[in-house]
Write a new protein. Structure first.
Lengths: 139, 184
């Protein structure tokens, strides 16, 4: 949502934009200390801490993948200036399944910036991390 | 071996963090370019990460050192070197008090044969220890000194637990026991 207009409210009472489809990939930068070996899943994946809200806000930052690619940029542009980081993705549908709202929130840094709103319990963070896929895996 | 047997380096007045726990002592202090500390004393370990601001010493009060010790201390040292915005989303540096509390918690609670946890920084400046093995997901987040958040999920039994623990950490033991030495 742009130009200072209020975010639409979704079914959970949280900001949520229905124009962002459930299939939309939401990209999240992953710090090099934020991937772990999950022997239960048999893979290296982001820790649940990679999907924690800001300490002082009820949301976390993402990039809306299709907006990045639609302007002709590669996913790697999301990691420019962040050597050694990886890029993970969850779908908007996965977030909504866990009572989260998804909105477009363009900022000075990136017009494709968005937010995933909602309280994230340990269980929800774990579900988001386990349901994530790598767009750019750890180096 | 007692605290008094450690030589001059640990009398450094700049030392900021000292905690005594059941099995070990852990120290951390500003580096300040000094590297004159002994590293070969029996039962005495020196962990140094070149270029980082902190060094660690752990002196177990028993001869057997836990199998996970080296891995955990090495990971922990790296966390203390993190600068503001390390996560690219504005996270503050890691709070040494919470980190050292967590390390001492591990030395107090984990049997030697327990698999080493992943040591993960949190965006509030805390630390989380994680295991994902044997069908178990166990996450212990130090949210403050004396306050730990427990997340436990057992895929095999369907058991789940998610709660905050303060000072009475006895609830951690059953969860940790499922990781036991047999998981190695």
């Amino acid at each position: 949502m742009t130009n200072g207009a209020p975010y639409p409210t979704g079914p959970h009472g949280l900001p949520d934009d229905p124009e962002i489809s459930d299939e939309t990939a939401l990209w999240r930068r992953v710090f090099p200390g934020w991937w772990i070996t999950d022997e239960n899943q048999g893979r290296v994946r982001p820790t649940s801490k990679a999907f924690q809200n800001y300490p002082d806000k009820p949301c976390l930052s993402i990039l809306i993948g299709e907006m990045v690619t639609a302007r002709g940029d590669e996913p790697s542009t999301a990691l420019e200036g962040f050597d050694g980081y990886a890029l993970a993705a969850i779908t908007a549908g996965l977030a909504r399944t866990h009572n989260q709202g998804v909105v477009h929130d363009p900022n000075d840094e990136d017009a494709a910036h968005g937010l995933v709103y909602g309280h994230k319990t340990d269980s929800i963070r774990s579900r988001l991390a386990k349901g994530s896929v790598w767009v750019i895996p750890p180096p | 071996m007692t605290l008094g047997s450690i030589s001059s380096g640990l009398d450094d007045p700049t030392m900021r963090h000292t905690y005594a726990v059941k099995n070990a002592y852990v120290w951390g202090y500003p580096h300040q370019g000094r590297r004159s500390y002994p590293s070969t004393l029996t039962g005495y370990r020196l962990f140094t990460v070149p270029g980082y601001d902190f060094e660690f010493k752990m002196e177990p009060m028993i001869d057997l050192q836990p199998s996970w010790l080296d891995s955990v201390i090495s990971s922990a040292a790296r966390l203390l070197a993190l600068e503001p915005n390390w996560d690219s989303y504005g996270a503050p540096p890691i709070d040494p008090d919470r980190l050292f509390y967590g390390l001492n918690l591990l030395t107090s609670l984990l049997p030697s044969g327990t698999p080493a946890p992943a040591v993960v920084p949190t965006n509030s400046g805390g630390v989380q220890f994680e295991w994902h093995t044997q069908g178990i997901d166990l996450e212990l987040e130090v949210i403050a000194v004396g306050k730990v958040n427990l997340f436990y999920e057992n895929e095999l039994t369907g058991e789940t637990s998610e709660r905050e623990l303060a000072f009475d950490l006895s609830d951690l033991s059953p969860a940790i026991s499922h990781l036991g030495p047999q998981a190695l």
